[in-house]
Design a protein around this ligand. Sequence first.
Ligand SMILES: NC(=O)c1ccc[n+]([C@@H]2O[C@H](COP(=O)([O-])OP(=O)(O)OC[C@H]3O[C@@H](n4cnc5c(N)ncnc54)[C@H](OP(=O)(O)O)[C@@H]3O)[C@@H](O)[C@H]2O)c1
Length: 299
Amino acid sequence: MRILVTGKNGQLGRSIQKLVNTDTKIDNNQSSNYFIFAGREELDLRSESNINHYFNNNKFDIIINCAAYTAVDKAEQEAELANQINHLAVKQLASIANEQQARLIHISTDYVFDGESDEPFIETDIPNPINVYGRTKLSGEKALQEVMPMNAIIIRTSWLYSEYSNNFVKTILRLSKERDELNVVSDQIGSPTYSADLADVILEIIKHKKFKDAGQTTQIYHYSNVGEISWYEFAKEIFKIEKIEYTVNSITSQQYPSLPKRPRNTLMNKDKIVEVFNIKISNWKSSLNTCMAILKKQQ
Ligand SMILES: NC(=O)c1ccc[n+]([C@@H]2O[C@H](COP(=O)([O-])OP(=O)(O)OC[C@H]3O[C@@H](n4cnc5c(N)ncnc54)[C@H](OP(=O)(O)O)[C@@H]3O)[C@@H](O)[C@H]2O)c1
């Protein structure tokens, strides 16, 4: 199996690389799975011709698309670029996956929902994104399903963090060194996702019979760590684990200047992925502990 992972320098791409390099069950060079990691240097998703050129010279059995335009705030000004990467490039990847008879695993987001439900969203709930990023990601999902009604998987995840790149955990730790106290919103609820956990699940899925069997209808799955919290609670827990006395003030979204609207409640129900692939999901606190222990070692 030749497996392409796009977005090799992003959080999820790096988490998958780490796992492939350390998981002896996978054994990149000797097992039947051979992973190839591509960043924008090799595969620039802004250019249709570059994408075609890359795949003309490379054939795959599985494509895992971890690349995306993820700057939620900036997307409001760069809607066209966000749409190219999150929608049009995904459509093209789906079409190429069809031609190559490859399976496609694509990552999407809780931000396809408007957050106006008091119940966790299930996969069949009608999306209604309220910002540019969410709209482009939803367009990508729809295009993928249209072009590739079989043999693909869309995993919607939320609040992704890791020891890599920029994310909430690293930003909070950095800002706490620069400021005496922090204001964090407490009226947006969701579930954090440690990208190493999501990487693990993706690798479990590709080994699973239900994924390997050809001719499966394309499916959407929801995945995050277990737990329901606000960004404020998330920040408080970071300092608790660090054993630092630090002032975090709870504020409302209205008090936080943000150009794009952000959904209020993006909890997602994960029963489907648990049942179909028989996976166990860690609690957000234990995964946060794991990530922060790694960050500490890096200091
Ligand atoms: N981060 C979150 O909180 C979150 C929440 C929900 C869902 N998701 C979804 O989860 C997936 C993984 O997110 P992540 O946090 O790992 O994202 P990330 O850290 O921002 O990584 C995204 C990667 O995409 C690459 N990329 C951007 N534009 C590209 C282009 N034109 N051509 C090729 N590659 C390009 C970036 O390359 P460079 O490194 O060169 O910039 C980056 O490595 C994405 O689909 C995202 O939408 C993320």
